[in-house]
Design a protein around this ligand. Structure first.
Ligand SMILES: [Zn+2]
Length: 452
C-alpha cells in the first residue's frame, strides 16, 4: 500500500482535481453573512448528477445545509464528514487580493475560507463523489454535511441539524475541522499532524452594577457603578485559574515545546513529561498567550457599556467577560471563581448564552489508528499528536448527541502563516498550492481506512 500511495502522490488524481473545482466554486460565494444556500446549490447538482441522495436544508432563508449520503453495505454505522461553508467577514481587513475570488500568487492560493473551512468541505465532497462512483461499496454510509453558521455558534447549521434532523446525520464517528496539517516553513515536508480530540468550553458572563443615574454635573459621592465595575474587572484581569495538563492536551503541549525556545520550551517539555505544571514553570508558561491558554481556564473582558450619552450618569454599568473553560471544569465553578475574585456583592455575575459543550472524544480508537496509518503512508515518519482546541468548533454539537467527533486538518499550512495572521480569520488567508492535493489525499486515506 505504501508503494501504491507514493506513486499516486506523483500526479494529481481525479479526486484532487474535483476537490479543487468544488473549492473554487465555494470560494467565489461570499458566505460571511449567511448566503450558504447560494454557495451549496452547484454542489447539490453535482451530487444529484452522480446519483447521490442529497438535499439542502435551510434553518432560515438562505442558511442552507447540504446533507448527502453515499450508501455503503451497512455493515457498520455511518461515518459523518462535516465541514462548514460560512466564513468570517472581511470588512476592515487589509486584503491584497479580492477575498471572494480564488487567486494564485507566489505558489499560494488566496481567498477567504481557503483554510477555514472550505478546503475541507470541498475535499469531503470530492471524496464522497468518488466513493459513489466506485465499486465495491464501502462498509459504512458516508454522510457529508456542509453546514451554515459555524462561525456564529452553529445555531444555523450543525446544532440545528443535530436537534432537528438527527436521523440524517446520525453516525458512529465524525471527521471535522479542529486538527491541523503543519508543513515546514520552506514547504519541503510535512512537519506534524494534529488530531483534535477536545475543546475548551466557550462561556461568556455578563457583569452588571446598578447606579442611580442623573446629571453628570453632579456625580455620585458615595457609590459609582463604573468605578465599582472597573475594580471588579481589574480583579478578573489579575485572576489566574490553576494550571493543569489534561490527557487530551499533553501531546499538543509536547509539540509546542519542540517549536519554542528556552526557557518556554523547557517549561513546556517538563509539563508534558510530568503531567503537572510547577509554580516555576507556570511563571514562564503563564507569560505566553498560546501556552497559557493550553494549561488553564482563561477569562477576559471583551465588552463594556455604561451611559447612552456623555452628560448622563449610567443607571447600569455592564461588562461581558468571555471565558474558555478547560474540559473537566464547569460553568458554575467558573462563575463562582469569578464572584469570589470580585468579592463585591454589588457586582452581579450572570452566565450568558450557553452555546453548547460536550466531553472530549476518546484519544485511542479507530480514528487515531486511521490518521496514524494515513500520515505514515503519505509522509513517512511524521509526528502525529492529539490536541485540545482553545476555540470551539461544530464538533461539540456532534459530541453532545453521542457522535465521536475528531478534528483534522484539511489544507496543509505553515506555522508562520498562522502567526502572521494569513490563515483562519486573517487578511490574505492562504494555503500553499503544492500541498493542497496532499490534504485531499490525507482526508481520503483516513476516510477509506474508516469506511472500508
Ligand atoms: Zn472553521
Amino acid at each position: 500500500m505504501l508503494l501504491a500511495l507514493t506513486c499516486a502522490a506523483l500526479a494529481a488524481g481525479p479526486v484532487e482535481t474535483e476537490a479543487r473545482e468544488i473549492l473554487d466554486q465555494l470560494l467565489r460565494v461570499d458566505a460571511s453573512h449567511g448566503n450558504e444556500t447560494a454557495a451549496l446549490r452547484p454542489l447539490l447538482a453535482r451530487f444529484q448528477r452522480a446519483g447521490v441522495q442529497a438535499q439542502i436544508l435551510e434553518s432560515a432563508p438562505g442558511r442552507g445545509n447540504l446533507v448527502a449520503r453515499v450508501r455503503g453495505s451497512g455493515a457498520r454505522r455511518p461515518l459523518l464528514l462535516l465541514a462548514h461553508v460560512d466564513v468570517v467577514p472581511v470588512e476592515g481587513q487589509p486584503w491584497s487580493v479580492p477575498p471572494f475570488q480564488p487567486t494564485e500568487k507566489d505558489g499560494y492560493l488566496y481567498a477567504r475560507g481557503v483554510s477555514d473551512d472550505k478546503a475541507m468541505a470541498s475535499a469531503f465532497a470530492a471524496i464522497a463523489l468518488e466513493a459513489a462512483r466506485s465499486q465495491p461499496k464501502l462498509g459504512r454510509d458516508l454522510i457529508v454535511a456542509l453546514t451554515a453558521g459555524e462561525e456564529t455558534g452553529g445555531l444555523a447549521g450543525a446544532r440545528w441539524l443535530a436537534q432537528n434532523h438527527r436521523d440524517l446525520i446520525d453516525a458512529e464517528l465524525a471527521l471535522n475541522e479542529g486538527g491541523a496539517l503543519i508543513v515546514k516553513p520552506d514547504l519541503s515536508r510535512m512537519e506534524s499532524v494534529q488530531i483534535g480530540v477536545a475543546e475548551k468550553i466557550f462561556q461568556s458572563y455578563g457583569l452588571s452594577v446598578k447606579g442611580k443615574g442623573g446629571h453628570s454635573s453632579v456625580p455620585p459621592t458615595d457609590f459609582d457603578p463604573v468605578v465599582t465595575l472597573s475594580r471588579a474587572l481589574q480583579r478578573i484581569g489579575e485572576l489566574r485559574f490553576p494550571a493543569k495538563v489534561l490527557p487530551e492536551s499533553r501531546e499538543g503541549i509536547a509539540l509546542m515545546a519542540r517549536r519554542e525556545k528556552p526557557p518556554l520550551s523547557t517549561a513546556l517539555e517538563r509539563a508534558a513529561q510530568t503531567g503537572t505544571v510547577s509554580p516555576e514553570d507556570d511563571a514562564v508558561i503563564g507569560k505566553d498567550r498560546l501556552a497559557n491558554a493550553q494549561v488553564r481556564t482563561t477569562c477576559v473582558t471583551t465588552m463594556l457599556k455604561a451611559a447612552p450619552q456623555d452628560n448622563v450618569l449610567p443607571t447600569t454599568a455592564e461588562a461581558t467577560v468571555n471565558c474558555r473553560i478547560l474540559p473537566g471544569e464547569t460553568r458554575e465553578q467558573t462563575q463562582a471563581r469569578l464572584a469570589q475574585a470580585i468579592a463585591d456583592p454589588s457586582v452581579e455575575v450572570k452566565p450568558l448564552e450557553d452555546i453548547g459543550f460536550a466531553k472530549p472524544s476518546p484519544i485511542s480508537g479507530p480514528v487515531n489508528e486511521a490518521v496514524h496509518a494515513a500520515a505514515r503512508a503519505l509522509w513517512g515518519e511524521v509526528a502525529v499528536s492529539h490536541s485540545m482546541g482553545t476555540g470551539a468548533t461544530d464538533s461539540r454539537h456532534l459530541r453532545e448527541i453521542g457522535i465521536q467527533s475528531y478534528g483534522l486538518g484539511g489544507a496543509p499550512g505553515t506555522q508562520e502563516d498562522q502567526r502572521a495572521g494569513r490563515a483562519a480569520h486573517g487578511a490574505d488567508e492562504r494555503r500553499p498550492i503544492r500541498w493542497m492535493g496532499e490534504g485531499v489525499r490525507f482526508l481520503r486515506e483516513v476516510t477509506l481506512q474508516l469506511a472500508r
